[in-house]
Design a protein. Structure first.
Lengths: 261, 313
């Protein structure tokens, strides 16, 4: 492939304070446009830290992260507009990622009103029209835009968070454990929604999860992380059916499954 | 044999005007029995757990009956305590001793200013158990029993110095240190990742097996429940809608909601890229929910709401 990957992560290290070992320890990976990459690992494996650095919410201690061939790791916030318009995140817990004092409509359109994104090419200018559009896309009634997050269930709040991420028409969606705070009874609905949106919007997806079954459903490639390092990468089917690394096998075995019907 | 716990027509309501959140549920737990309670957020499962140990706030109105068997050091006495009318003193004598509870969030359930070994030891002292070799040795033994490494160091650590999975195992050590006859586990693994969850489930399973102890295990995750309990109740909107041996409920769910839950829990059966089955594929939420009148005390037979699909009469 002669085309440059969308993301080039090279030898990235993130060290916090005086911790004995870095949270992310010399990680390198490429992400092509349109690719759907899963990152799996247990708590503390460094997977969230890695994607937060890719979304420029955190900075590497060493190493390089290039997005569309521009180094992002040293850029000040005022010069990150191009990244903020193209890369949006969905977090694990919509109770803490949505401002409880803001109406749902204000939360969803906040990225569109940000001085960094406003009037940028590709970012929708008609805020009201875009609000109705994304709310409908995630299966919410646009009339609910005047309500507050606490009036919604966990699954609905995650839909609101997804609508907010979609609002500026990003190219990349980074979802950090988007269903692990949700009841199993609504998990499939949110995963189906994400799969539909990734297909219909042609999104590039980075999905962080501790459950390889979730990643398998949405991604084509997976990186397994342990203690800050990538211990295995491959196609999802390959890692799912024939994991090479011992840690990956432990991770797969730990997921509780119902006995087969 | 006298059941450890006997719940009859339990109703709980909150607020003014009163809003009923638990609509008359009945079930019992025999010594050594492992009972699961599955349901989504707001279904009433945590209210049930809190009611059983008399832990609901004073704003809750409780009717019906909750009876706990009162054992002494040598075993069952045949006496029962009616929780709904018991004094705080009578309840405190049972809580943390013969009956214990494990909560979901280990960070809020532990005292952040006290070393965890002392927190486990406090439980021993509270109920006046004399321990040969002293309480320190019993605390360390208990921390070992929940598979914590370097128990001496852990006992001298504060909660924030431990990982989430380690904190949850400390809470389990606290809940089990007095060898309870029944432990209520309220979503004990929901805040944990899969590897920490697997460890916690293994520790609980081993303890219940070794001590022939009973549990009421509450979760929203059917796959977690399947590995832990013998029998289960499915709860929906404050009603128990299905109950029976877990294997039968999973293999052949009767209630449309349970059917949906079983289908959506089998993520790994869907082909990648295929639409995942959802609860809504099987269960129409617009139909009013009707509950079982009584879950059979023997648990040998399955119980279901009679009537048409959707659970309506």
């Amino acid at each position: 492939m002669s085309e440059q990957p969308l993301y080039q992560v090279r030898d990235v290290v993130r060290r916090y304070g005086h911790a004995a070992r870095p949270a992310v320890d010399h990680v390198s990976l490429d992400l092509a446009a349109g690719e759907r990459l899963g990152i799996v690992g247990e708590s503390g494996s460094g997977k969230s830290t890695l994607v937060r650095m890719m979304a420029a919410l955190d900075r590497p201690t060493a190493g390089s992260i290039r997005f569309r061939d521009t180094e992002i790791s040293g850029l000040p916030e005022r010069r990150l507009g191009f990244l903020r318009a193209s890369v949006q995140m969905v977090f694990q817990d919509p109770r803490s990622s949505l401002d409880p004092r803001m109406t749902v409509g204000a939360s969803i359109t906040e990225p569109l009103r940000s001085p960094l994104l406003r009037r940028r090419a590709g970012v929708p200018a008609d805020t009201r029209a875009r609000l109705e559009e994304v709310m409908a896309q995630v299966g919410l009634d646009p009339a609910d835009a005047r309500r507050f997050p606490h009036e919604f269930s966990g699954g609905q709040r995650q839909r609101i968070a997804i609508a907010r991420a979609l609002a500026p028409r990003p190219q990349v969606l980074v979802a950090d454990e988007p269903v692990s705070a949700l009841d199993v009874s609504v998990r499939a609905q949110v995963l189906n929604l994400l799969a539909d949106l990734v297909a219909s919007e042609g999104l590039t997806l980075v999905l962080v999860s501790h459950d390889l079954a979730v990643v398998r459903h949405l991604c084509d490639r997976v990186a397994v992380m342990s203690s800050g390092r990538v211990v295995e990468t491959g196609t999802v089917e390959q890692v799912w059916s024939a994991p090479r690394d011992a840690y990956t096998r432990t991770l797969l075995a730990a997921v509780p499954r119902l006995p087969l019907p | 044999m006298t059941p450890l716990l006997q719940v009859s027509d339990l109703r709980v309501s909150f607020g003014r005007p009163r809003r009923e959140v638990l609509h008359g549920i009945s079930f019992s737990i025999a010594p050594g029995q492992r009972v699961g309670l599955i349901g989504e957020s707001g279904s009433g499962k945590s209210v049930t757990a809190l009611a059983v140990l008399g832990l609901l706030s004073e704003t809750a109105a409780v009717t019906g009956s909750i009876r706990l068997a009162v054992p002494d050091g040598d075993g069952p006495t045949g006496r029962q305590l009616e929780v709904t009318t018991a004094t705080e003193k009578q309840l405190a004598a049972l809580r943390g001793d013969a009956y214990s509870m494990i909560f979901q969030e280990p960070m809020t359930a532990l005292d952040p200013t006290m070393k965890v070994g002392r927190q486990v030891g406090e439980l021993l002292g509270l109920h006046g158990h004399r321990i040969p070799g002293g309480s320190r040795s019993r605390v360390l033994e208990m921390l070992r029993e929940v598979d914590l490494p370097e128990v001496g160091r852990i006992a001298d650590s504060y909660p924030h110095q431990l990982s989430g999975g380690q904190r949850q195992r400390v809470l389990i050590a606290m809940a089990l240190v007095n060898d309870p006859v029944l432990t209520i586990c309220d979503e004990p693994t929901t805040a944990l990742d899969v590897t920490a969850q697997a460890k916690v489930l293994q520790v609980l399973d081993r303890h219940f097996t070794q001590r022939s102890a009973a549990t009421l295990f509450i979760t929203h995750d059917l796959a977690v429940l399947a590995g832990v309990v013998d029998v289960a109740m499915v709860m929906l909107e404050g009603h128990v809608v299905e109950a029976g041996p877990i294997r039968e409920v999973l293999a052949d769910p009767w209630h449309p909601y349970t059917k949906g839950l079983v289908a959506t829990s089998r993520l790994e059966l869907a082909r990648p890229g295929e639409r995942l089955p959802t609860v809504a594929d099987h269960f129409d939420r617009s139909i009013p929910v009707q509950g079982l009148r009584e879950v059979p005390v023997s648990w040998e037979h399955r119980a279901r709401v009679p009537g048409r699909p959707g659970g309506g009469a």
